[in-house]
Design a protein around this ligand. Sequence first.
Ligand code: SAM
Length: 450
Amino acid sequence: MSKLHLITYGCQMNEYDSERVAGLLRRERYELTDRPEDADLILLNACSIREKAEDKVYSQLGALKHLKRQRPDLIIGVMGCMAQLQKGRIQERAPYVDLVFGSPAIARVAELVERVRHGRAPVLETGESPLIKITARPEGGDRLKAFVTVMEGCEKYCTFCVVPTTRGRERSHAPAAIVEEIRALAEAGCREVTLLGQTVNAYGRDLTPPTDLAALLEQVNDIDGVERIRFTTSNPYNLTRRLIRAIRDVPKVCEYLHLPLQSGSDRVLERMNRGYTRARYLELIAELKETVPDLALSTDLIVGFPGETEDDFAQTMEMVERVGYDNVFAFRYSRRPGTPAAEMADQVPDEVKADRNHRLLEITGRVAAARSQRLEGTTMEVLVDGVSRKSAAEATGRTRCNRVVNFDAAGRDLRGRVVAMRIARVLPHSLRGEIVSDRAPVDVVAAREA
Ligand code: SAM
């Protein structure tokens, strides 16, 4: 067997792609190793969404240079979004990189590695390729949770974002292929799936006949063994009443929605080309809360987008309080080459971005803490997923609203079980639970009704 060392940066989709690559290369007799110094092939699956992510990759490549010097046979490759965006520039900056290939070429990884091996010349593959559902996975797939990409690409053209360039146009996988993949995962012990797409709620529009995410959720709900379904990322522009109702009505779909707002100011939203206004977003939030009262909400926000004034930023802060997010991912705007926003004249200075980011984190932390408090004393379903990170004597799991719950399992192995848990204490980053019954969800429903 040859050895493969995989380094993954970025979003869940990159994690998913890395798994596919490990699975495809396993067929070519590559086994995974944690140690780069033992590897015959090192692949960096690199993110390009913000400049900082790219800087990390170049410094990682710098750290690998000495290995290549010691062992010229070692193959080093960069794959994914950054490869697609930077193309030949990667090999210009790091000439010891043998292979660069973008997301569309992932299905052909084995062939590309062979080309490097036999040709001993650098390979660059960043063109378009047909959509292929790759179901190969690395060995040791006894995981409880898995990501499943249901569509590739993005056609939103937000002015700050490189994704339409790195991942191409929107293309959905056929429902049958997705169901087959999830069925195999469930048979291998998986209990929770997260359906992935850059705009996952645009799923199915491009298929013949067209379908939608709500219909797909129903099909996944019917798969035996799957206990929970999540999906991300949804764009407010494509959020339909049908999908909101599916969150309420499809039993295994968790009451959790990640709905990026990006900015609370209409002026900024327009310059971002987001396709909705603050009022429209609030309308959706009202409908969501009315339809699914237990819903947990999270969002992405960008601070320091070109032209963002103190007043625009105040409107973003105000939206955080008004919506009452359970979790916020705040990003400082990063100028990405080739995007319209990078060319806008009124770039915001770094120190202003840092200050706004700091103020935003203060407020989002306070709002999230207040939201957490409501959980104290309630009984919730928890999918037990292993041992707590802080103490081996403790077990850990997640609620349907995606909160970490640590608890004393009294030595029992409950991994993979959905148990009913009383939330005894709310801590800053987790919950403390006590098992009420290890036969949820029946007991949870009873507890809610009591
Ligand atoms: N497709 C999703 C959407 O637009 O709603 C999000 C995909 S992106 C991988 C995740 C987040 O990164 C975005 O929601 C945005 O907040 C952030 N992001 C994207 N481009 C950025 C940039 N140039 N600077 C800072 N943050 C950025």
